[in-house]
Design a protein around this ligand. Structure first.
Ligand code: PMV
Length: 323
């Protein structure tokens, strides 16, 4: 039996602006997805996702659900990772895979990527295929394509490598050397949203007001650059202010809403250094940079405001095989 795990991510700065070529910063956080792989005597692939509440057997392309039929599309990306790894092994064998995750799904925290990354590593180790981190990233990115069409690749990258990353369209991901643990509270509105629709709405606004929205996008990039310096210095005060400014810009381009703003003001008013939405917006999560002594207060305030919340920190550990 092999267990591998991989972390969730949050975007600290620069979502949406990154679509237009500006830099963005993402970090891995200490919430993980765990994949447990064991060998089967037959050639089936059995996948059980505890959090999604779905399970079933694959025999080639044929799928046999254990309970509910509507589960296939959620399991196909995971199965894709398994067959890619098995394809690198010479023998045709079957695998059982149990997925358990600490990461809330559909919240912009990269849960599907963390599942693909941990699955790839667990199955690779189980069948004795040596996979570099680059290999794991590529296989997980392929699974993400089945879910999101044209993902930027940031989720599988951060989940594979851990730490902090600067990403910019058309350039390689650059690791960012940050000593600071980046103490955060993540607040979840638990509202579902479509990142694709929000990206399209921003594009319409930019096309209608190119000179206005174009300037906002450029300022978004400048904030990310200033944030890199503040992260290196470990300057929580400046980082908090930059988070607040970044959130204001995201509001201007229409991707925040009342639910997000409600949680953000609850966090700020209870002592967070700064707070913004993270990811696509329109629902999903906020992040609040919060000194250790205030974390409990901020979590309580977000929960009083109707969200769910948890503490998170940067983790430098990407994918790992558990001892
Ligand atoms: O909601 P998430 O975590 O998938 O993040 C989306 C980030 C955007 O910048 C809005 C879109 C993108 O492809 O970069």
């Amino acid at each position: 039996m092999v267990v591998a795990s991989a972390p969730a991510k949050v975007i600290l700065f620069g979502e949406h602006f990154v679509v237009y070529g500006e830099p963005a910063i993402a970090i891995a956080i200490d919430k993980r997805a765990y994949a447990e792989a064991t060998l089967r005597k037959d050639k089936l692939i059995y996948i059980n996702s505890v959090n999604l509440g779905v399970s079933g057997f694959f025999k080639g392309r044929h799928f046999q659900p254990e309970k509910d039929k509507a589960t296939l599309d959620k399991l196909v990306p995971i199965k894709n990772s398994v067959t890619k790894v098995l394809g690198k092994a010479n023998e045709t064998i079957g695998v059982n895979l149990d997925i358990q995750s600490d990461i809330p799904a559909s919240a912009g925290l990269g849960s599907s990527a963390a599942v693909a990354v941990s699955t790839t590593a667990a199955v690779g180790y189980l069948v004795g295929v040596k996979l570099s981190k680059e290999d794991v990233f590529e296989i997980a990115l392929d699974a993400e394509r089945l879910i999101h069409g044209t993902p930027s690749g940031i989720d599988p990258a951060i989940s594979t490598y851990g730490g902090a990353i600067i990403f910019q369209k058309g350039k390689d991901f650059k690791p960012l050397d940050v000593k600071l643990s980046i103490p955060l509270v993540v607040g979840n509105t638990n509202l579902e949203r479509s990142t694709g629709e929000l990206v399209a709405a921003v594009r319409r606004m930019r096309d209608y007001y190119p000179s206005i929205v174009g300037e906002i996008i450029k300022i978004g990039g400048e904030i990310a650059l200033r944030a890199i310096e503040a992260l290196k210095r470990g300057d929580l005060k400046v980082l908090g202010e930059l988070l607040n400014i970044n959130h204001a810009l995201l509001s201007v381009i229409g991707v925040s809403n009342e639910a997000l703003d409600h949680l953000i003001y609850a966090a700020r008013n209870s002592g967070a250094c700064g707070a913004k939405l993270t990811g696509g917006g329109g629902g999903g999560c906020i992040i609040a940079l919060t000194e250790d002594s205030r974390i409990k207060k901020v979590i309580a305030a977000i929960e009083r405001a109707g969200g769910t919340a948890f503490q998170a920190r940067k983790t430098d550990e990407g994918v790992r095989v558990e001892p």
